[in-house]
Design a protein around this ligand. Structure first.
Ligand SMILES: Cc1cc2nc3c(=O)[nH]c(=O)nc-3n(C[C@H](O)[C@H](O)[C@H](O)COP(=O)(O)O)c2cc1C
Length: 175
C-alpha cells in the first residue's frame, strides 16, 4: 500500500489551504497524512512512499526550520517520490510563476542542495486585515513598488486554483 505525507510550512495558513486542496484531488484521501512542519520533525518518514512539502515565503525566504528539516532528512527525501512547492506573491506575475523563473525556487534549490522529483510554485494571498501594523505597511509598500493592490482593508488571493489542481492530478497520477 502506498502512503503519502504532506508537510506544510505556513505562517498565515494559505499554504495549508493549498495542501488541503491537493489532498482533495486524491482518490485515496485516507492514505494521505497532513502535518505542520514542526510535527513532521517528530515523525518517522520512512513509512511514506511520497513526501510533499509546501512552504511559504516571508521577507524573501523560506523558514530556517524548513532548511533544517531538509538537511536532516535529505537522504530519506532522496529515496522517496519527493515533491516541493513554494507559495509567494511574486508568483502572481506571469514571468515569475514557474519553477524555472521564480526567484525563491532558484534560491531554495541552491541553498537546500535538494533536488525534489517534482517542483511547483503558486501565487499566495495578501491578507492585509490579518497582519499586524509593521507587516501590513511593509507589504503595502512592496505591493506599491510591484504594482500590486494596496487597499489594506481587503484580502487579495492570487492563487490559480486550476494550476493547483493540475499539479495535484499529475502528482497523484504518478503514485
Ligand atoms: C510579513 C510577510 C512577508 C512576506 N514576504 C514576501 C516576500 O518577500 N516575497 C513574496 O513573494 N511574498 C511575500 N509574502 C507573501 C506570502 O508569501 C503570501 O502571503 C503567502 O500566501 C503566505 O502563505 P502562508 O499563509 O502559508 O504563510 C509575505 C507575506 C507576509 C505576511
Amino acid at each position: 500500500m502506498s502512503f503519502s505525507l504532506i508537510i506544510y510550512s505556513s505562517t498565515d495558513g494559505h499554504t495549508k489551504t493549498i495542501c488541503e486542496r491537493i489532498i482533495d484531488s486524491s482518490n485515496d484521501k485516507d492514505k494521505v497524512k497532513i502535518l505542520p512542519l514542526r510535527e513532521a520533525t517528530k515523525t518517522d518518514l520512512s513509512v511514506f512512499n511520497k513526501i510533499i512539502i509546501g512552504a511559504s515565503i516571508r521577507y524573501g525566504r523560506h523558514s530556517n526550520e524548513l532548511y533544517k528539516f531538509i538537511k536532516l532528512n535529505k537522504s530519506t527525501l532522496d529515496q522517496k517520490k519527493s515533491v516541493f512547492f513554494s507559495v509567494n506573491v511574486v508568483a502572481r506575475k506571469p514571468e515569475k510563476n514557474n519553477p524555472d523563473t521564480n526567484p525563491y525556487i532558484k534560491k531554495f534549490l541552491k541553498i537546500s542542495k535538494w533536488t525534489p522529483k517534482k517542483i511547483g510554485v503558486f501565487a499566495g494571498k495578501v491578507d492585509y486585515p490579518k497582519y499586524g501594523f509593521f507587516d501590513k505597511y511593509i507589504i503595502k509598500l512592496i505591493m506599491f513598488i510591484t504594482k500590486g493592490p494596496t487597499d489594506t482593508s481587503q484580502s487579495f488571493e492570487f492563487t490559480d486554483w486550476a494550476k493547483v489542481d493540475d499539479f495535484a492530478r499529475e502528482l497523484w497520477l504518478n503514485s
